[in-house]
Design a binder for this molecule. Structure first.
Ligand SMILES: [Zn+2]
Length: 355
């Protein structure tokens, strides 16, 4: 066989080998590899061209034409294959990205208020509806508002019982995390007197308080609501009426209440307030320790010294005050056995309480 015929045969077999490779390739990356493999600078066709140098000069244009023809057949075949693969790739991508609108949706979890916050809002709203103005005070207090003004002088044993967290003083003034919401009573009375001149005033003050204590029934941070009213001729009867209305509204039933004499420095006389057990209707159970009664809050008539500390004439005006523990009331209403459940952030508990 002559050199030229051998080259022609070589080109023919190269072309048919390439064409069948093009039609077998599965993706664009593979096709690009084949383009380099056959038509690239170091590709198969270039290899064949190296043999052209051995031919007689007059034969070279003949084989050159043949090479060009092969090259153009291969590039056309490559372009056609590329167009087809591009369409396939596009179809595959659309299929992969297709959204199945018939699939059921994923429900997103709805948030809810923490049970303590809900209790706080609920309790505040009941007093607000009775005409009490809502007041708030800072959680970092001075000793005067937290103790002195509330008739708890420095040597008073009640100071020790409050397990106070002290913070950095401001100048010479000792500062602390308020141990109860009662200092709001002092702040609200002072502000009210400056603005209005004299009572009547009725205030509900919800908020966080702090004591250095932790067990089943105590948390170092908990919530109180302070309620007080000052006017002419305010008596224990008003106190009892407001308590009865509040507790019956909160527990959504007609609860019986009783006042037991007690001692608080900031009220005189003072009384602890019990409600008829909401679990056994007074018959006696584990929660009420078989007494039929549950203690819910402390109350009394505002001590004349407290009124004096803010400049209210205790001969002319009197008032009642009480403070209640929000966690305790929520526990009683919702049947929650352990105070710490409020603060452990167990999502199962919060979900159950939030729904
Ligand atoms: Zn009971």
């Amino acid at each position: 066989m002559s050199e030229i015929d051998a080259l022609k045969a070589q080109l023919e077999s190269l072309q048919s080998e390439a064409l069948s490779a093009f039609s077998a390739v599965a993706d664009l990356a593979g096709l690009q590899q084949l383009r380099v493999q056959y038509l690239g600078k170091k590709g198969a066709l270039t290899e064949v061209l190296k043999g052209v140098g051995k031919l007689a000069p007059e034969q070279r244009p003949v084989i050159g034409q043949f090479v060009n023809q092969t090259k153009s057949v291969l590039s056309q075949a490559l372009d056609a294959a590329e167009a087809e693969l591009s369409i396939h790739a596009k179809v595959a991508r659309i299929e992969a990205e297709r959204i199945d609108v018939s699939l059921p949706g994923r429900a997103s979890a709805k948030g809810a208020l923490h049970p303590v916050q809900r209790g706080l809002d609920e309790i505040t709203a009941i007093f607000s509806q009775m005409g009490f103005a809502v007041a708030e005070g800072p959680e970092i207090e001075n000793e005067f508002n937290n103790f002195d003004a509330l008739n708890i002088p420095p040597e008073h044993p009640a100071r020790a019982m409050h397990d106070t967290f002290f913070v950095n003083p401001i100048g010479d003034e000792p500062m602390l995390l308020r141990t109860h919401t009662s200092p709001v009573q002092i702040r609200a009375m002072k502000r009210f007197l400056a603005e209005e001149g004299e009572p009547p005033l009725a205030v509900v003050a919800p908020g966080r308080v702090y004591r250095c204590d932790y067990d089943v029934t105590h948390s170092p941070m908990f919530h109180q609501v302070e309620v007080f009213k000052v006017d002419r001729d305010v008596s224990m009867a008003h106190l009892k009426g407001v308590l009865k209305h509040f507790l019956s509204t909160y527990f959504e039933k007609d609860v019986s209440i009783r006042l037991r004499p007690h001692y608080f420095p900031f009220t005189e006389p003072s009384a602890e307030v019990d409600i008829g057990c909401v679990f056994c209707a007074g018959k006696g159970c584990r929660i009420c320790k078989n007494s039929g009664w549950i203690e819910v809050l402390g109350s009394g008539m505002i001590h004349p010294n407290v009124l004096k500390s803010v400049g209210i004439d205790s001969e002319e005006f009197s008032g009642f005050a009480f403070g209640l523990g929000v966690e305790r009331l929520v526990m009683l209403k919702q049947g929650i056995p352990d105070l710490r459940m409020f603060f452990e952030n167990d999502v199962r508990f919060l979900r159950r309480m939030g729904s």
